[in-house]
Design a binder for this molecule. Structure first.
Ligand SMILES: *Cc1c(COP(=O)(O)O)cnc(C)c1O
Length: 236
């Protein structure tokens, strides 16, 4: 085993320990909290090492980089978590199991049209601009009700819940307050749409996974604390 493989296995164990502790403290069932390894900018050898350590789910932000990796490891479960240009939806519809970053009804429509019918339905989450930042994409909380009504009847995709990337906050109770708003939005949508299975909340990253788990996260998306800091200058 290489030193890098050992390092990655160790960091995964540490993150899983944090998740377990947060589940205990936050009274969550650990079976309902999943670790998504965010591997953007990281080499394929890192992904293989993580997979050898037992990691099944990987998240990627950049389409071409993701496709290169998926071709080499189609047996892993791939999640698209980056910004989506509407002319790039086809390869996303064809190559991923999950999309966390659906930020417009138009994108959902295209993914639905372009999802190959011989694959299981694409599982999607709606990105919520929870802090209502003008610089950020995503649905505002007020837009969600109508968006769900339009998206939920589309074929070949299954709407499963919500995702968010809040502003970075240091204070634990402030982090929790934002994630609690997300949980409230999801619960309200589920009540309004009892025929749907809206049970997934993608929230929490390296700096705030504990707060997210306390408030109901089912996917924590972890990059830095699994793979180390990203060096964007190495990207092609
Ligand atoms: C990069 C990224 C992450 C991982 O963030 P870390 O702070 O490195 O854990 C999670 N979610 C999204 C959408 C990302 O782009």
């Amino acid at each position: 085993m290489t030193a890098r493989t050992q390092q990655l296995q160790h960091s995964r164990q540490q993150v899983q320990q944090r998740i377990q502790n947060a589940c205990i403290d936050g009274k969550r069932n650990p079976d309902e909290v999943n670790l998504l390894a965010v591997s953007k900018t990281k080499p394929f050898t890192d992904i293989l090492a993580m997979a050898q350590a037992g990691q099944q789910d990987f998240g990627e932000n950049y389409l071409q980089e993701a496709l290169d990796k998926i071709t080499q490891a189609p047996q892993l479960t791939w999640h698209f978590i980056g910004p989506i240009q509407s002319n790039k939806t086809r390869p996303i519809a064809e190559n991923f199991a999950w999309v966390h970053s659906v930020d417009r009804v138009k994108i959902a429509r295209r993914l639905s049209e372009q999802r190959p019918t011989d694959l299981p339905p694409l599982k999607i989450l709606l990105a919520v601009n929870i802090d209502q930042e003008t610089s950020k994409s995503g649905f505002t909380p007020q837009e969600l009700h109508d968006a769900v009504a339009e998206i939920s009847h589309l074929p070949n995709i299954t709407l499963r819940g919500l995702m968010t990337i809040p502003k970075a906050r240091d204070d634990f109770s402030e982090q929790r307050a934002v994630f609690a708003k997300m949980k409230h939005l999801l619960d309200k949508l589920q009540q309004q749409n009892p025929q749907l299975q809206l049970d997934q909340l993608s929230m929490g990253m390296s700096g705030d996974l504990e707060a997210a788990i306390f408030e109901g996260a089912t996917w924590v998306r972890i990059g830095t604390d699994l793979f180390g800091a990203r060096n964007y200058s190495l990207q092609t």
